[in-house]
Design a protein around this ligand. Structure first.
Ligand SMILES: [Zn+2]
Length: 442
């Protein structure tokens, strides 16, 4: 046995196990993001050599056995080699030393929307102010109008292009929010389209109810009454199996913590997990609130304070960082990365794909921005699109290469994991597997 840096060679493996897989991947370098293989992003390697952390939880010259759509075994190439004769050629994939990661996870998107806002982008660059644009019916209201006007097929067709762009970069799970309907019928339409996208393209879609995103024009100056509607629609959409989690926009230009709390109370009564758009422009207590509800994630976080970080650490809430919005808004206030590290809050990275502040459909570019703009390490951004992104969606069986996890994998033509975040515009994807099956076209 050649590999002594991990636990694979201590697992009792008998020959019948090694000959019973549906499919095997051999000759692979793995970035497992599994603690079983030494992934421990907060261990500084200085104090305790016994538990030396291994960057990316990497395993070289490795192999994976897959059965019933799950990872059934992870070991060394040497272990599986004597058993290869038990398999037919089409059950073996020799990846010739390429890298395999968990399928990437984009844990915060608004990819379902009608129209786009390139006209506003153009007008702003020609000198129009946000007020000018708003006075002409622009901003979020224009996306709400276009989303309400589109029928389900049109909305599906427009959103599918964005989903395919994500999938082409190895994304096998994606979160999709509602929030451009702001009425029951259109919120339902958005969530139905999100589910249908996942069904057609055989990837995992987590749906999030975000009716508390903005105040619709018909409720102008009447936010409390609108929140009452949001609270009433939630059980209806939940009963139609359209809601996996509940989100809101807690900000001085959106809803107060008190208003969001009313929505969260309904979510709690339905056993639905919560998350929040928090501390993007100011701090009005959003992350503290989401931590009180043991939320899955708190997202944006440029204005996050250390007391909030301690609460997030205690409630196991993931910090979702969105460098695409930071970039588009030419923001200068960085999220408190060093304090998040100090308190060991897991950090995820996402595109925040939306028509206003982050028209970004490249998770690879978001990773590069995480390193370049937020000073994250290459290991942090990859963990942020795999294991920590899975945690942000409450998906215990995804985001890691480990026995028992779903066989959602991405194969990359790269020399080392840092290549993902280093390169801009080159997509090194070489294969995408979902639940043990390769996608025919990448
Ligand atoms: Zn967002």
């Amino acid at each position: 046995m050649t590999n002594t840096t991990n636990s694979t060679d201590q697992m009792p493996i008998n020959d019948s196990t090694l000959t019973s897989f549906d499919y095997i991947i051999i000759n692979a370098n793995l970035a497992t993001f599994s603690e079983q293989y030494g992934f421990d992003i907060y261990n500084d390697n200085q104090t305790n050599n016994q538990n030396k952390s291994i960057p990316y939880g990497q395993l070289e010259n490795a192999a994976i056995g897959i059965k019933d759509g799950k990872i059934a075994w992870v070991g060394t190439h040497e272990q599986i080699k004597p058993h290869l004769t038990h398999y037919k050629n089409d059950q073996i994939k020799d990846v010739n030393g390429n890298w395999v990661t968990p399928g990437l996870i984009d844990c915060h998107t608004h990819i379902v929307y009608g129209g786009n806002r390139s006209n506003e982008f153009e007008a702003r660059l020609q000198g129009a102010s946000y007020q000018d644009i708003a006075a002409q019916g622009g901003g979020i209201v224009s996306t709400v109008s276009a989303t309400r006007a589109a029928n389900e097929e049109e909305l599906f067709a427009q959103s599918e292009k964005r989903l395919l762009a994500l999938i082409k970069e190895g994304v096998t799970s994606v979160e999709i929010k509602s929030g451009y309907g702001l009425d029951l019928e259109t919120e339902r339409k958005m969530l139905k389209v999100a589910r249908a996208l996942g069904d057609k393209h055989h990837i995992h879609v987590s749906t999030t109810y975000l009716a508390a995103h903005a105040l619709p024009p018909e409720y102008k100056d009447n936010a409390d009454d609108y929140i009452e509607q949001v609270c009433q629609w939630l059980p209806i959409l939940h009963s139609e199996d359209l809601v996996d989690a509940v989100d809101g926009f807690c900000e001085n230009i959106a809803f107060t913590a008190e208003q969001i709390k009313r929505v969260f109370d309904v979510a709690r009564s339905l056993d639905l997990p919560v998350k929040l758009h928090s501390e993007q422009l100011s701090n009005i207590g959003a992350s503290a609130l989401v931590a009180d509800y043991q939320g899955l994630s708190s997202d944006h976080l440029e204005h996050l304070a250390e007391d909030d970080i301690k609460k997030m650490a205690a409630s196991n809430t993931v910090a979702v960082l969105l460098p695409g919005a930071f970039y588009t808004l030419r923001d200068t206030k960085l999220p408190p990365i060093e304090m998040l590290r100090k308190h060991q809050v897991p950090m995820a990275i996402s595109t925040d794909c939306n028509p206003g502040t982050s028209p970004l459909t490249s998770l690879l570019l978001a990773m590069n921005m995480g390193c370049t703009l937020f000073y994250l390490t290459t290991e942090e951004v990859l963990a942020g699109t795999t294991v920590h992104a899975a945690q942000a969606l409450g998906l215990a069986n995804k985001g890691k290469i480990e026995v028992g996890c779903d066989a959602d994998l991405a194969l990359w033509d790269i020399a080392r994991p840092a290549d993902f975040a280093y390169q801009m515009g080159l997509n090194p994807i070489a294969g995408i597997m979902v639940q043990g099956k390769w996608r025919e076209t990448v």
